[in-house]
Design a binder for this molecule. Sequence first.
Ligand code: NPW
Ligand code: ADP
Ligand code: K
Length: 498
Amino acid sequence: MRIGTSNSTKLLDNACVNEYKIPLIVMMENAVLAAFKHMDIANNQKYVIVSGVGNNGGDGLGIARQLKAHGKEVDVFIVGNIEKMSECSKINYNILKAMDISTNIIDKENLDYLKSKIKNSDVVVDCIFGTGLERDIKGIYYDVIDIINQNKNKTYSIDVPSGINATTGDILGICIDADKTISFEFYKRGFLKYATKEFIGEVIVEHIGIPKYILDKYDDKEYITDIELIKENIKIKNKFSFKSDFGKVAIFAGSRGFTGAAYIATQAAVKSGSGLTTLISDSYVQNIASQKLCEAMTLDIDEDEKVKKLIKGCDAIGFGCGMGDNEVTYNKLEYVLKNTTCTIIIDADGLNILKQKKELLENNPDRIIITPHLGEMARLTGYPIDYIRDNKVDVAKEFAKKYKLIVLLKGYETVITDGEYTYINPTGNAAMANGGMGDTLLGIITSFVGQGMTNLMATVCGAYIHGYIGDTLSKKLYTVNATDIISSIPKIIKFFQK
Ligand SMILES: NC(=O)C1=CN([C@@H]2O[C@H](COP(=O)(O)OP(=O)(O)OC[C@H]3O[C@@H](n4cnc5c(N)ncnc54)[C@H](OP(=O)(O)O)[C@@H]3O)[C@@H](O)[C@H]2O)[C@@H](O)CC1
Ligand SMILES: Nc1ncnc2c1ncn2[C@@H]1O[C@H](COP(=O)(O)OP(=O)(O)O)[C@@H](O)[C@H]1O
Ligand SMILES: [K+]
């Protein structure tokens, strides 16, 4: 699913109208019919439409007509200067008048009437502002939004809950508290902001008849990952496959007190389908982990020659889980990067050691994937956590571009980007917020890179599948742990295999 801003919508509108000769009223009617499908007419009878005088308002007037045509009771209210009504809204307004569907122009005097109609309705359809909102909401607009929020039974917002800036997610003074948002063509970038989530309700993105090749042209290269993309990327094991076809990977992980991290990351790679997996750790961890790792091999990190030989032949290397934030870990990372050419996936202490010394990243373009959580990203970038949380796409993109690597910024709606293409991961949940989850993810991504996926797709697919398993398990489990995820990996990957 594509992500877009107010600007993308404007550019697309202009291209459709001027270049491709699709009249705006045609797109508006498509938008009306698309939104109408989600008006839940089987369960509601009384609707209040509140329209502004821009095109978002025009959508509302069209929806009012459709609702009437389906036998619903509809009260239409318009807020704003009717003289300034947009051309297409005017067309829909005139149709309503010609059909004798009465409309009320809102002023200070009839706010009580609006309130009583809202109280008495099943659904308020919010069409005050869409992507055209740019400045703070004041005066009568403020009062109307407040009245809707205080008195509604349910509110369905068209394109954007009025009051939310579609690009930034900022609330411009006040906003509609929507139960459902029916948005057109793009999942609005502003919806990604955590603070906005509680106002957008369920979000549905509908197409309004714009051909794919036109959308591709005006694409911001930002997407919500969908299941089809995963299915396209999961490798089919054909009958002639050999273990070398599924990659040779190594995991550098663990230290005293962090044996679990080593086991989890390694076992996750094994279960994700790697042909050959080796855990490289200190001898203490090796002794313990090897008791549990039946399929993976283990190697002592201090056996220099053996390590060098092994990593030179690897297709991907995972690095950092539970290794310790110290000079030894830094030296090992430097060593691994120097002695290999394959992709290195860096997490946890592998990231912590980089905070003062980012030259390792600078000198290794296009072969590193980093998987920080917000805290680790704060240490890497120097930005405060709150700033990163509110600007996660931009922060991740900036870092990826600067160091020519892939950033997977973890958390609710994990961001994955190579600086040019960005994917937001829709899977995963709070039941997964416990130790070891990141190690599991590292193992899955390392395995996928080793199996031949591009670095970007391995990261996108890894995050999606990791979260998908968590979502599936959390339906029955109060907490989902790393070992739960690991045992479900083969079954779920099989489900995605085309
Ligand atoms: N391709 C698509 O996706 C299609 C999209 N479509 C729909 O069009 C919508 C975008 O329409 P839009 O551009 O007319 O902007 P919209 O959101 O109605 O707002 C503009 C109005 O609000 C006013 N106004 C703004 N801020 C204000 C404030 N703070 N306080 C008070 N007033 C304020 C502004 O007034 P002005 O700034 O001119 O004074 C103007 O009157 C989009 O969201 C979707 O629903 C479809 O119909 C067709 C295809
Ligand atoms: N609330 C949440 N919603 C979605 N995913 C989550 C949530 N909490 C945690 N996760 C996922 O769980 C993993 C936790 O990783 P991380 O923070 O590195 O944990 P650890 O280092 O303890 O293993 C990440 O992939 C993250 O996206
Ligand atoms: K709206």
